[in-house]
Design a protein around this ligand. Structure first.
Ligand SMILES: NC(=O)C1=CN([C@@H]2O[C@H](COP(=O)(O)OP(=O)(O)OC[C@H]3O[C@@H](n4cnc5c(N)ncnc54)[C@H](OP(=O)(O)O)[C@@H]3O)[C@@H](O)[C@H]2O)[C@@H](O)CC1
Ligand SMILES: Nc1ncnc2c1ncn2[C@@H]1O[C@H](COP(=O)(O)OP(=O)(O)O)[C@@H](O)[C@H]1O
Ligand SMILES: [K+]
Length: 497
């Protein structure tokens, strides 16, 4: 904010007016003047200042609005005071809330605007302010939070969940906040979106942020186009290793995905019992086999560009012994998933054999086996950064907002939805990342781009199918649309989650 104010002619007050007006317009375009009671709760800092501006616009547009100042401190920011006086000139409120006795009646059908605390919260809310937050939460009224749900910190964990406002929707300014992307905060946020308030983006970039929110504009430059004289030899050879009796589907899905994302050649190495299944399901792939029901020997002849290993592989002793011998010999780039991760967790001494920038794709349970337990999501990220740095590998922490970690750098994905919460979707991701590396994508780009496309299939599919009917195979059906979408209209700056 300060840099924008210094580098442009805009004043802090104008910036607030602009930001809060965008919030008002957001609400106004949805309410269209409806006679719904709106309560605007303002703190005494600049978040409160935003609330005062919103209340003024609502009032001037004829809404049924009430505005309150939550008087938790005698301090007032200058921008708050200016807007307080502006509002006083036109309305008989804001009313001051000094204790519980001043809480207004709020009904379920009303709307609450939460402008109590924003990014300036530096300790947990207490006293009557906490009680007010609880009072609002108990009404189950729809709450529109400005910048942050009050009581939620931008950069550390909430310790007292009962002191945080549960927002129905949050309008945050300029950039998504890391806190919004962490699973531990999901109960405070429902949906949220970013409003571009025109802060100095050059300045933001000059800060060299280490956390990146990955949207379409970030992945378009990663895309590698093909020229007229391209031939399959230029797009690498993926080898997918995995499967055990009863889990041949996992390796089949990963093999299909490596093909579908454009790997020049794809082979699978799996137990003999899966031979026909794989040949029939994926006739484009070549197959080599191990012992009857398990992977034991890892003695394939294929010379791949990259190996994706783990889906459906099992963790029996025989498989573990073969896997260890394989890792000690192997020099090929790896994408490691599922049971291959579980075997690494059981025998951490094997981590030293991973080629640099191997891509590991744990879901939260597999991650916990690798890193041990964490106290909160911030500690989880710290541990993951240390792990990535120590072993020089790329971690792909799967889930809503899958996060790719390469040493200090975090790349948080914006695509995907609960349609992906279906068996086999992780196996498909392994195949996608493997197939991208085969074609010459650097492992980091393959991970970021692969995760983006994987999530995008589910977003595009929801226009035509439902969460329930989406399966891992549907990801493959929509991969083409996800790629083509890169070249459709420019993404508008606002991102929704
Ligand atoms: N021009 C701009 O800069 C723009 C800014 N914008 C808006 O400004 C917001 C940031 O405003 P802000 O920095 O004033 O902080 P805010 O969240 O209002 O609260 C700080 C106050 O709360 C107090 N306090 C903290 N914790 C407390 C606790 N537990 N219990 C009690 N008190 C507590 C703290 O007091 P202190 O710690 O000093 O005692 C301080 O007085 C930002 O989120 C966005 O909405 C937009 O308009 C765009 C343009
Ligand atoms: N709610 C969600 N929102 C977005 N992506 C999700 C969600 N749930 C699951 N996914 C994605 O689906 C995949 C699931 O992977 P994983 O747990 O390994 O599944 P499986 O073992 O069945 O293959 C991951 O890529 C994950 O990010
Ligand atoms: K707020």
């Amino acid at each position: 904010d300060k840099a924008t104010i210094n580098n442009t002619k805009i004043t802090s007050l104008e910036l607030m007016e602009h930001a809060a007006t965008l919030c008002f317009e957001w609400l106004h375009s949805r309410l269209q003047g409806q006679n719904i009671k709106i309560h605007v709760f303002c703190g005494i800092g600049n978040n409160g200042g935003d609330g005062l501006v919103i209340a003024r616009h609502l009032f001037q547009h004829g809404y049924n609005v009430n505005c309150y100042v939550v008087n938790f401190s005698d301090k007032r920011s200058p921008e708050f005071l200016t807007n307080y006086n502006r509002l006083k000139e036109i309305a008989e409120w804001p009313k001051i809330i000094n204790d519980e006795g001043d809480f207004p009646e709020v009904d379920f059908e009303d709307i609450v605007i939460d402008a109590i605390f924003g990014i300036g919260l530096n300790r947990k809310p207490s006293g009557f302010t906490k009680k007010l937050i609880q009072y609002i939460n108990n009404t189950k009224v729809f709450t529109l939070a400005i910048d942050f749900p009050s009581g939620m910190f931008g950069d550390k964990s909430v310790t007292d969940k009962s002191s945080v406002l549960r927002a129905g929707h949050t309008l945050t300014f300029q950039t998504p906040k890391l806190a919004f992307l962490l699973p531990e905060n999901n109960e405070f946020l429902n949906t949220w979106e970013v409003l571009d308030i025109g802060l100095d983006t050059n300045f933001i970039e000059s800060l060299l942020p280490t956390t990146h929110y990955i949207t379409k504009n970030d992945v378009i430059p990663m895309y590698q186009s093909r020229n007229k004289w391209s031939h399959k030899g230029m797009f690498g050879h993926s080898l997918i290793i995995g499967g055990s009796f009863g889990k041949i589907g996992a390796v089949t899905l990963a093999t299909k995905a490596a093909l579908k994302i454009g790997s020049g050649l794809v082979s699978a190495y799996l137990p003999k019992c899966g031979y026909q299944i794989l040949q029939i399901s994926v006739p484009e792939a070549m197959v080599e086999v191990d012992s009857e029901k398990l992977l034991t020997y890892y003695n394939f002849k294929t010379k791949p560009t990259v190996i994706g290993i783990g889906p459906g592989m099992g963790t029996t002793d025989k498989t573990a012994v073969g896997f260890e011998a394989f890792l000690k010999e192997n020099k090929t780039q790896l994408v490691i998933d599922a049971d291959a991760l579980n075997l690494l967790s059981k025998n951490e001494s094997l981590l030293q054999y991973l080629p640099n920038k191997s891509v590991l794709t744990p879901h939260p349970k597999e991650l916990q086996r690798l890193l041990g337990v964490w106290k909160n999501d911030y500690e989880k990220l710290e541990k993951a950064i240390s792990f990535s740095t120590k072993y020089n590998v790329i971690l792909v922490i799967k889930g809503a907002h899958t996060t790719v970690i390469d040493e200090q750098q975090l790349y948080i994905n914006s695509t995907g939805n609960p349609a992906l919460a279906t068996g086999g979707s992780g196996d498909v991701l392994t195949g996608i990342i493997t197939g991208l590396i085969a074609q010459g994508y650097q492992p980091l780009h393959a991970a970021i781009f692969g995760v983006y496309l994987h999530g995008k299939t589910a977003d595009l599919a929801l226009q035509k199918t439902s969460y329930e009917t989406f399966t891992a195979t549907t990801i493959l059906d929509y991969l083409a649309e996800a790629i083509l979408d890169l070249f459709h209209q420019e993404e508008i700056a606002d991102s929704e989650a």
